[in-house]
Design a protein. Structure first.
Length: 325
């Protein structure tokens, strides 16, 4: 009888163990397999470069290989969707990109619910830089704004496409200053920079990572950075706040997100590993050289940041009656 009871008790215990959620068991052993890090853009861009410079250091902190996988298309929404819908077992993470999270959902139906995105940690703030062709006589942002005010329609500006951060950032400048400059969208930052180099457009607001090399080579002139503090990679270039435009704050915030339903333990462990990685002096230097400022956060801090960004750009879109047309 005692043996029967013992057997039944053991069977009951095993049944309880088997009933534990698979996700919880995965969290206990995590990471126990290579980790996929989805980049929603093609190889060679600033986000791809950021992911590839982070991956080796992050992999060492986690004790697992971190493999970067590009899933480009639809302005980043395909890669974000692939991340959000992946199995939430800690084997897949992805880069959250501002356009697909805080811009596009205001003008189109995206395939994921933004409110259900699982944020992990910010990785980098990339300052946005107002740049012009060196042939222009204006050497400062206030001078450019003054000329644009005196001569409406004289200048135009290029962007990486409708409702991208380069587009919305200049629209914010227009709304704050009342200048009238036409928007010419291009299919990415690279063709927009090419247009600026040939003086096809007169102004561009680009990620520091996209324009830093041209500025240092003297092929583009930097007028101002849109971040709250001067950028370490361009220490002589003043901020918009310093120049009298405190309402024009524009940065690209890139961080890591996880599939919906990823266990909190895994999310927190990944956030800690990212913070430890970004504290590495060599990785810090590499990111600055690429035009990025390392910045780790908690999952809640990252969510709050992106919710604030979404509200900010949603207001700009509504005031400017912007869209994908």
């Amino acid at each position: 009888m005692k043996n029967t009871r013992a057997i039944l008790a053991a069977a009951f215990a095993l049944a309880l163990g088997a009933a534990q959620p698979i996700a919880a068991l995965a969290a206990q052993a995590w990471p126990n397999q290579p980790i996929r890090l989805i980049v929603p853009y093609p190889p060679g861009g600033s986000v791809d470069s950021l992911a590839r410079v982070l991956a080796p250091t992050l992999g060492k902190k986690l004790g697992q290989t971190v493999v970067v996988e590009n899933k480009a298309g639809a302005s980043g929404t395909i890669g974000v969707d692939a991340t959000v819908r992946a199995t939430p077992d800690g084997s897949t993470f992805g880069f959250g990109v501002p356009g697909a999270i805080s811009g596009l959902p205001h003008v189109m139906k995206v395939p994921y619910d933004v409110s259900k995105i699982q944020y992990v940690s910010l990785v980098a703030r990339i300052p946005m830089v107002f740049v012009v062709n060196p042939a222009l006589p204006e050497t400062s942002l206030p001078a450019f704004v003054d000329v644009a005010k005196q001569h409406p329609g004289k200048y135009n500006y290029g962007s990486a496409g409708n409702v991208t951060t380069p587009h919305l950032g200049v629209e914010l400048l227009k709304q704050q200053t009342g200048i009238d400059i036409a928007h010419i969208p291009y299919k990415g930052a690279a063709p927009a920079v090419t247009a600026l180099l040939s003086n096809e457009v007169q102004l561009f607001l680009g990620d520091a990572s996209a324009v830093l090399g041209f500025i240092k080579a003297g092929k583009l002139r930097a007028l101002s950075v849109g971040s709250t503090e001067r950028f370490e990679g361009l220490p002589d270039i003043p901020t918009t706040k310093e120049l009298g435009f405190p309402g024009v704050q524009v940065e690209s915030n890139y961080g890591v997100i996880a599939p919906t339903g990823t266990p909190p333990d895994i999310v927190n462990k990944m956030a800690s590993a990212i913070a430890e990685s970004l504290a590495d002096p060599e990785l810090h230097r590499k990111m600055i050289d690429q035009g990025a400022v390392p910045a780790a956060t908690t999952p809640d801090e990252y969510r709050s940041l992106m919710e604030a960004e979404s509200k900010k750009w949603g207001d700009v879109i509504r005031r400017g009656k912007l869209g994908l047309q």
